[in-house]
Design a binder for this molecule. Structure first.
Ligand code: GLU
Length: 375
């Protein structure tokens, strides 16, 4: 069946492009946003978890500050982003609150997804927001991100977010309804591609060049985003959002291009962990902890009997059983020094031991891979 089976994917990252959100007057297109909020509310009611990555801060801010976006300099655009972001999030908050849904603003820089220490922080916070049924409205922190250290476009940011939260699907809503064999604006023979099995160089070529103007990634960055997300086990779909209820239309079989992921996000994460070459330390566990891990639990400090090596939060450590047999590996939530102080203690004692309110686990179950005998 053509189209995209949205209902089969539980955790969704929806990316909203500026062109959809900003009306002709340069302000938030409220009617459109209300439709999106309605779609999101229905998805939430059906048991989906939704995260939104939204562009538009620079566009709205340019209207507010009276800037000509094409002639403005980077600093002006950053100032515009600051002014526009507050309006953007406020508009989402209003639209979602009509459905009794709470919105939260999350601004990220590439450091937050590429650096493993920061990655654990961003991931932990997003996981909590999802747990509290809050919808994160995510954008790049344009105010501080300069050219060398920015994602630059929200397509790739959305893919990184999808990877971070182990989303099952990434929906890229834009003003085009998918990938074509050539640019349909320039070539009348261009045909729509409903499904891409492999993102080959040829596919990337069809998407053309990345447009450099801030706020418009173009098709090339969407295909790059699909590549990042599908490698992380997250299926990706490009569809037009230029209709009143875009997600409903997509679920009803709307025109789109689907990039299916081969495995699940959990499998991709474990494969990545298993393949990391730099292992910095070792945690030795008692038998109870080994059993708990095999039953799908996180590793708590109380189950650790010995710590070896020098590692920092976010580094990969080997996990061994009481007799020293390697049973798996994972990302350490603590440095070796802090971990040392927590050995054998219960999670409730962490604050007293460290002097700050730390994380309750030593290794989170999502950041853990167990070898052989995995049940
Ligand atoms: N972060 C930019 C904004 O909010 C958008 C970047 C993009 O559209 O890709 O205006």
């Amino acid at each position: 069946m053509p189209g995209f089976a949205l209902s089969e994917y539980r955790r969704l990252v929806v990316k909203v492009g500026s062109a959809l959100l900003i009306g002709e007057d340069g302000n938030v297109h409220r009617g459109w946003l209300e439709g999106l909020a309605e779609d999101v509310a229905r998805l939430v009611a059906d048991g989906h978890e939704v995260l939104i990555v939204s562009s538009g801060a620079i566009g709205i801010g340019s209207t507010v500050l009276g800037l000509n976006k094409r002639r403005a300099r980077l600093e002006d655009l950053q100032a515009a982003a600051a002014a526009g972001q507050v309006q953007l999030v406020h508009a989402y908050q209003e639209a979602l609150s009509a459905h009794d849904i709470v919105a939260a603003q999350v601004l990220l820089t590439p450091e937050d997804t590429e650096n493993r220490r920061r990655f654990l922080n961003a991931r932990g916070t997003l996981a909590k927001l999802i747990e509290h049924s809050v919808i994160p409205i995510i954008n790049e922190n344009d105010t501080v991100a300069t050219d060398e250290i920015r994602y630059g476009d929200n397509d790739r940011l959305a893919a990184r977010v999808a990877q971070l939260v182990m989303a099952d699907a990434l929906v890229l809503l834009s003003d085009v309804d998918g990938l074509y064999t050539a640019d349909p604006g320039k070539d009348s023979n261009a045909t729509h591609i409903p499904e891409v099995a492999n993102i080959t160089d040829e596919v990337q070529m069809m998407a053309g060049e990345t447009r450099s103007e801030i706020g418009s990634g173009g098709m090339a960055t969407k295909v790059q985003a699909a590549r990042i997300a599908t490698h992380a086990g997250c299926s990706t779909v490009i569809t037009s959002g230029a209709i009143v209820r875009p997600l409903e239309a997509l679920a009803a079989g709307g025109k789109c291009t689907v990039f299916s992921a081969a495995g699940s996000p959990a499998a991709a994460r474990k494969q990545w962990l298993a393949g990391v070459l730099e292992v910095r330390g070792e945690l030795r566990l008692d038998d109870g902890a080994v059993t708990a891990l095999r039953n799908g639990k996180s590793l708590l400090p109380v189950g650790v009997i010995e710590i070896v090596g020098n590692f920092r939060r976010g580094d990969v450590v080997t996990i061994v059983d009481a007799s020293g047999n390697e049973i798996g590996r994972g990302l350490a939530e603590y440095s070796d020094e802090d971990a040392q102080r927590l050995v054998g203690y219960r999670s409730e004692d962490i604050e007293a031991k460290l002097g700050y309110r730390g994380r309750s686990v030593m290794v989170h179950r999502d950041e853990l891979v167990l070898f052989d005998n995995e049940r």
